[in-house]
Design a protein around this ligand. Structure first.
Ligand SMILES: C[S@@+](CC[C@H](N)C(=O)[O-])C[C@H]1O[C@@H](n2cnc3c(N)ncnc32)[C@H](O)[C@@H]1O
Length: 273
């Protein structure tokens, strides 16, 4: 490895492990790759990401409040918001929150006027308590520097009965699939991503961040600990990604022990691979 490549790899690894510089690092790399993000996203995922987002949106339960306000967290270039806005029956408003302004700018115009892009940190959303009907985050929560604080913040802004849907990469269970996935994610993807975006470190960070992200059961536990009830999850495409769903049941504030009691009242965390 040349000294530069080695430095970038070390920087990506430190951020993926969640070091103190993760927030600034993540914000910087997404701001820098914003102009090429959509192209690379669809190219590197063979367009499967569109199907995954559709399945995640289907879990939101928009029929409960089709005219309400919905949150697309870590909205990036607003692809989730655009797909949600185009969902039959949806007549609501979408708050697309992201802390990398260039990502939001790259997505401006998507969503047919139903999306309000907001430059905001997932850890400090400029939204009142119980103000959104549901929240969704696609490929974003893994990047949030403090996962538990991020989950608690979403819980705070959801109305009781509102769902939080997470679509995120995962690590396949099968050794065979994992081997192919590893080769693609750790070698081919950083190579193509680096070439097209001119930004090697961003695409070196991606596989590392997945590696350090909690597996499905562990993420489900973290959701439950943050106060979400009826937590469930399903694996997608041989375990390459997963969708988690949790619900705010009664609006109990966190930190007073009620979240824990709430969790013990609901049926256990359920998952399917
Ligand atoms: C991989 S992109 C996903 C974008 C979009 N959701 C999608 O499906 O294509 C991750 C996004 O999360 C944003 N992000 C990461 N941490 C964040 C935070 N703490 N607050 C707000 N946005 C954050 C990044 O700026 C980036 O735009």
């Amino acid at each position: 490895m040349t000294p530069n490549v080695e430095l970038e790899a070390r920087e990506a690894d430190a951020a993926a492990r969640g070091d103190a510089g993760k927030r600034a690092y993540v914000r910087r790399i997404f701001s820098e790759i914003a102009p090429r993000y959509d192209l690379l996203n669809h190219l590197l995922s063979f367009n499967v990401d569109v199907r995954w987002r559709a399945r995640a949106i289907a879990e939101l339960g928009i029929a409960r409040a089709p005219e309400g306000a919905w949150l697309d967290l870590c909205a990036g270039t607003l692809d989730v918001g655009a797909q949600l806005a185009a969902t039959p029956g949806f007549r609501g408003r979408i708050i697309g929150a992201d802390f990398a302004e260039p990502m939001l700018r790259a997505g401006l115009g998507k969503g047919g006027g139903r999306i309000a892009p907001v430059v905001a940190d997932a850890l400090e959303l400029p939204l009142p308590d119980r103000s959104v009907e549901g929240a969704i985050v696609a490929f974003g929560i893994r990047n949030v520097a403090d996962l538990d604080a991020g989950l608690a913040e979403v819980h705070r802004v959801l109305v009781p009965g509102g769902r939080f849907v997470i679509l995120e990469f995962s690590t396949p269970r099968s050794a065979l699939v994992r081997a192919g996935y590893h080769a693609y994610f750790h070698n081919l993807l950083p190579f193509i991503g680096g070439l097209v975006s001119g930004h090697r470190t961003a695409y070196a960070y991606l596989p590392r961040s997945v590696q350090h992200f909690p597996v499905e059961e562990a993420l489900a536990e973290r959701l439950a600990r943050a106060g979400f009830a009826r937590v469930r999850w399903q694996s997608l495409t041989l375990g390459v990604a997963a969708i988690h769903v949790g619900e705010r049941v009664d609006g109990a504030p966190l930190g007073d022990g009620r979240a824990e009691r709430e969790r013990s009242r609901v049926p256990g965390v359920q998952g399917t691979t």
